[in-house]
Design a protein around this ligand. Sequence first.
Ligand code: TRP
Length: 454
Amino acid sequence: MTVRVLTGITTTGTPHLGNYAGAIRPAIAASRAAGVESFFFLADYHALIKADDPARVARSRLEIAATWLACGLDPQKVTFYRQSDIPEIPQLTWLLTCVTAKGLLNRAHAYKAAVDKNAEAGEDPDFGVTAGLYMYPVLMAADILAFGAHKVPVGRDQIQHIEMARDIGQRFNHIYGESWRAATGASGDPLVLPEVQIDENVATLPGLDGRKMSKSYDNTIPLFAPPAELKKLVMSIVTDSRAPGEPKDTEGSTLFQLYQAFATPAQTEEMRHAFADGIGWGDAKQRLFNLVDDTVAPMREQYAQLMARPAQLEEILLEGARKARDITVPLLDGLQRAVGLGAFSAPVVAKGKARASAGARLPQIKQYREADGRFHFKLVDGEGRLLLQGDGFESPREAGQVIARLRREGLDALHELEQRAVGLLGERIGTLGEGLAGVDEVREALRQLVEAES
Ligand code: TRP
């Protein structure tokens, strides 16, 4: 089985060397492994929680999209999209909101930190706290659960969010699982509970001043700074005051740590010797600059090209969204039906009334989206044999309407057209499954379905 790995990147700020070594590089490497199906997305709805300057939000999501592609993310191999291009994410957010305990959200670290800060300042506890910040964990749970992700690689500060996603998903499964199984004919649970994945080996890079490289400390080196700026920044890295010729400590040296993050083991060893031999800080910085610049130069070139062609980036991300929605559209369709928001004509199971596994051997109508982007359905018998292959429709709604009519009128109004096409009151809706003698078997399956639902 392939493992679904999903991670989001909040689109605030400009990517720096710390982001590259700590997140981008390892994530892209992992996405190339066999047996994984990777999903990367720009968490641009999340960005609105932290930033309300539209120009900044827009700029950052463009920069971050271009950065990941320039660093080698292959949109053919992975699914790369913008959160805001997937309407099913906010839809699922609401379904989840309605099963999420308010008390759970009260315990979220980010919200609690804001409240504590207010308390310290003698303010009202919720001063300056938006409902967006409060709801952050639910939106994040929807990001993950909408794709049935198994693993979510994140930094340590995000562990609580993944645990909350599990809690919320479990609650939904508990409340609506039975209804979902009855509505869709599927077995198992509607939502997959994700696992957090923390990579222990990933480096946290120090910034110019030796503290963790972070925008909030204003000590970053932008990943794609032009060479002159890169050099200036590298030269400004804080060191001790040892003169050239004096042996230097690699332990605790910002410069050495940065060097190591980009060097091969052999290069690192060489630098270790140079430190012991008393290399001057100026020389060491020059070596670091050369190493980083050699590494980023080809990517910087690629980045500049992508930034110059936003329409091309747009196309890549829209294609990613199409791939992503092949998963989210059918999932949300099933979830809506499970909570009682399906078509009026669709059967709904009262809470606690689903007959355990009674649906298992009944015929089923399955709705799904094909690679052609159209919405299809098929009627299969209890053994999974194809009876009727529905035509593709423009929208899930159109497909849903035809299915509703098929259930309602199929018994009387179904008939065979030319070349194994199947019609409903004269209108073509699909083709007969292979090996079927005629529409009788389709009608019989519909009769069973209707009977089971009444
Ligand atoms: N909250 C994450 C962060 O700040 C970003 C994020 C949003 C995310 N949605 C996600 C990460 C879903 C993993 C899965 O880093």
